[in-house]
Design a protein around this ligand. Structure first.
Ligand SMILES: [Zn+2]
Length: 309
């Protein structure tokens, strides 16, 4: 069973609090371990989670406001300190390349780790992974910002009773899955006759944005959506002005996009009571809801396969 889960390093926007570290998230997705938006303190938060710098395969930065990237210098230097032997891919908005260069070389260190730097140049850019596709979509924020989503290709699940009815077993099952059909004594059996569709899993990461098309494009049918909810509806005008979302807006996006598990995070320090975010989101979204806390782990819910009927 492959492991797909989100490890939360920090959940504060702008300024950390006693209970919340600056932003930071790690997604385990099969053989990928992706660090998103490492804020200050991410290196130490990793220590508490069991994820090591050596585990990281990729770093994705949505934009170059400090709470989303000031953890880069320490994390990047740690890759070299730990003699990480595999290349680590790094994605960020191309317009922020100067910031990235400065963060990467913020202080003196012996650089041995290899970074595969691949900036995001355009809305909709896709990067092929071993088990799916990473896609970036432009968001609405005062500086160039991209959200990300991971898409697993749709597949199918073979139905043992149907296979048995046709007498298909062993290597023939693999051939049928691969080629889509099998010729059996003058009769062609197609894959559709002996399987049901299994939609690929989707993970979406939406950080620092006002409502825009990119938000909906990323959230569409996500099994797990991690989305900023900096504000509550009482500050909806302020949120729009500074390019952020309220818990209510984030929850409505999730409801309208068919999201299964919604993770709210990136909270403004002005609110002391996390329950207020849950109360507001619950008015709009009745699926799984998680109000993120530092150092929790959240599973990507597995796709339910429709029964054969
Ligand atoms: Zn920002």
């Amino acid at each position: 069973m492959s492991m797909r889960e989100l490890v939360v390093l920090g959940t504060a926007s702008q300024a950390p609090t006693r209970a919340r570290n600056h932003n930071g998230y790690v997604l385990r997705w099969d053989d990928e371990v992706i660090l998103f938006d490492p804020g200050e303190g991410s290196q130490r938060q990793l220590l508490h989670t069991g994820v090591t710098a050596s585990d990281l395969t990729r770093i994705c930065v949505t934009h170059f406001h400090g709470d989303h990237c000031l953890g880069l210098p320490g994390t990047i230097q740690r890759l070299s300190l730990d003699r990480v032997s595999h290349p680590v891919a790094v994605h960020f908005p191309a317009g922020g390349a100067d910031y990235f260069t400065r963060l990467r070389h913020a202080s003196s260190f012996h650089e041995t780790a290899e970074l595969a730097v691949a900036p995001i140049e355009a809305d909709g850019q896709r990067i092929a992974l071993k088990h799916g596709t990473l896609e970036a979509r432009r968001l609405r924020h005062p500086i160039e910002t991209y959200g990300y989503r991971l898409l697993e290709p749709d597949g199918c699940r073979m139905l043992p009773e149907r296979l048995a009815a046709y007498g298909i077993a062993g290597p023939a099952v693999g051939e049928l899955r691969r080629t889509g059909h099998l010729d059996l004594g003058g009769r062609r059996v197609t894959r559709d006759e002996v399987s049901v569709p299994r939609p690929g899993q989707r993970f979406a990461f939406v950080m620092d944005t006002g409502l825009c098309d990119g938000v909906y494009a990323l959230a569409e049918r996500a099994d797990l959506l991690v989305i900023e909810s900096t504000f509550l509806e009482s500050e909806v005008a302020l949120a729009a002005e500074v390019g952020h979302l309220t818990a209510g807006q984030a929850a409505r996006v999730a409801a309208e996009s068919g999201v299964r598990r919604l993770v709210l995070t990136h909270f403004s320090q002005r609110y002391a009571e996390p329950a207020r975010f849950a109360d507001e989101a619950r008015r709009h979204f009745d699926g799984d809801l998680v109000i993120a806390e530092d150092l929790i782990t959240i599973q990507v819910p597995s796709r339910r396969v429709p029964s054969a009927g």
